[in-house]
Write a protein that binds this ligand. Structure first.
Ligand code: HEM
Length: 428
């Protein structure tokens, strides 16, 4: 019999990790509950049930993201379902990430080399914000190519301004605030900033339609899917926004957690520094297996996305549990990743855990999601995190400022370390 838990909506919004720790402490990796926005849900970290969920055609993705529609629009991969979702993936993914590892490495190195040396000796800085600047510059260049400096900076500033207009989750999630009074209202500012980002993308679209420039964006603008209609302008705008926004803060936050775990573990830090120095300055991510393992282990302990959301389009069954139509099923990374039946010492940071073959964690480890909706940016994010971590470690030594005070906090839909975390550069 699956237990039913009562969860305070406020506690869930503030700290889902805390709530899930409570469930684990009671021995529950699967339970039913009611959650804010989602209503009645089955939540599970059991790999057998998660495997079942990922194969069940009546449990679909896409509908769990309504609150993000004002940001990404109706035509985003994260919102689409069925045939149109498949067409978009087939058009977008080959252009984004296959066969362009060199470009991903070159662009990330370029921005790391430009920004990391600006961190002064003894400077205290918010690592999450700092990394988010690097990853935003990188994703702009990876999508639009090597734009003239002024145009690149315009994109950067428009996106930062738009993001700051919904940094308070209430602006997006409280419909009562959706009143457009121009610049004097939060919603008005959100709409104005959004239309400026859209205008930038549409301008860029007109240019690459007139004169293709070989960039990812240009290739997508001219792409013809094997089946179905090509992407319309609205669809391209929606997808570009999705990749720009979801393609940088998630990576920055995951890397911020990796720094938090690594810097709190002296011997793992030294091992990481030794690997970086032996591999040399231009080493590709493949030459840094310990760094990659430490990052994967950090994503196990602190997945920035806590759970996936699957919607039952028909009454169905998960294990012995009957799932009613129009209810939600949440494969939960946090529960799965700390499942004591799968992981030894589930709450410890074991930096080299993923050096050994990690395929035994099938359906028990999925920080990037599952099945036909698995994160479209996963190959790039993994390369990028290893590379940026190596650039940081090569640049100097860092320490956590007040490590005992760092706790998981919500930043819209992801969980980040409080304060960024704050780091201090201490030595060469
Ligand atoms: C460490 C960084 C990242 C993490 C932890 C992460 C995590 C996730 C997760 C959990 C999902 C949901 C998958 C599912 O429902 O099964 C997802 C979807 C997605 N991610 Fe990421 N992501 C990261 C980086 C990126 C990057 C760099 C990009 C783009 C450049 C990106 C673009 C997307 C897109 C477009 C989707 C929707 C896929 C679909 O529904 O077809 N993500 N991501």
């Amino acid at each position: 019999m699956i237990p039913r838990l009562t969860i305070s909506p406020l506690q869930w919004m503030r700290s889902p990790y805390g709530v899930l720790d409570g469930a684990l402490a009671s021995g529950y990796t699967t339970f039913t509950t009611r959650l804010p926005v989602m209503g009645s849900c089955l939540v599970t970290g059991d790999p057998v049930l998660i495997g079942e969920i990922s194969r069940n055609p009546d449990l679909i993705g896409g509908r769990g993201t309504e609150a993000l529609r004002p940001v990404v629009g109706e035509h985003s991969l994260i919102a689409l379902e069925g045939e149109r979702h498949r067409v978009h993936r087939s058009v977008l993914l080959p252009h984004f990430f296959s066969g362009n590892a060199e470009t991903i490495d070159r662009v990330n190195r370029k921005w790391a080399d430009a920004l990391i040396p600006q961190i002064g000796m003894h400077e205290v800085f918010n690592a999450g914000e700092f990394l988010s600047r690097i990853t935003l510059h990188a994703i702009i260049e990876l999508i639009f190519g090597d734009l003239p400096e002024q145009r690149h900076n315009e994109a950067f500033q428009l996106i930062e301004a738009w993001k700051s207009s919904f940094s308070q989750a209430a602006v997006l999630f409280l419909k009562i605030l959706h009143v457009d009074l121009g610049r004097i209202s939060p919603w008005g500012r959100f709409l104005i900033n959004r239309s400026q980002v859209h205008d930038f993308i549409r301008r860029q679209l007109r240019e690459v339609r007139r004169a293709p420039d070989g960039s990812v964006f240009s290739r997508i603008a001219h792409a013809m899917p094997e089946h179905g209609a090509p992407l319309s302008d609205d669809e391209i705008v929606s997808e570009t926004v999705t990749f720009l926004l979801f393609g940088h803060d998630t990576t920055a936050a995951s890397l911020a957690w990796a720094l938090t775990h690594l810097l709190a573990d002296g011997s793992a830090s030294e091992r990481a520094r030794a690997e970086v120095s032996t591999a040399g300055e231009s080493a590709p991510p493949e030459a840094l297996p310990f760094l990659r393992s430490a990052i994967e282990e950090s994503m196990r302990l602190c997945p920035v996305v806590v759970h996936l959301t699957r919607h039952a389009v028909a009454a169905t069954q998960v294990g012995s549990h009957a799932v009613l139509r129009d209810t939600r099923v949440l494969p939960c990374m946090y529960l799965a990743h700390r499942n004591p039946q799968v992981f030894d010492r589930p709450n410890a940071f074991v930096a080299d855990r993923f050096l050994a073959n990690s395929s035994r964690y099938r359906h028990a480890y999925f920080p990037f999601g599952l099945g036909d909706r698995v994160c479209a940016g996963m190959p790039m994010a993994l390369r990028q995190m290893v590379l940026l971590l190596a650039c940081l470690l090569r640049h100097g030594r860092f320490e956590l400022v007040e490590p005992a005070k760092i706790r998981p906090v919500r930043k819209l839909v992801i969980i980040v370390p409080s304060g960024g975390p704050m780091l201090r550069r201490v030595d060469r």
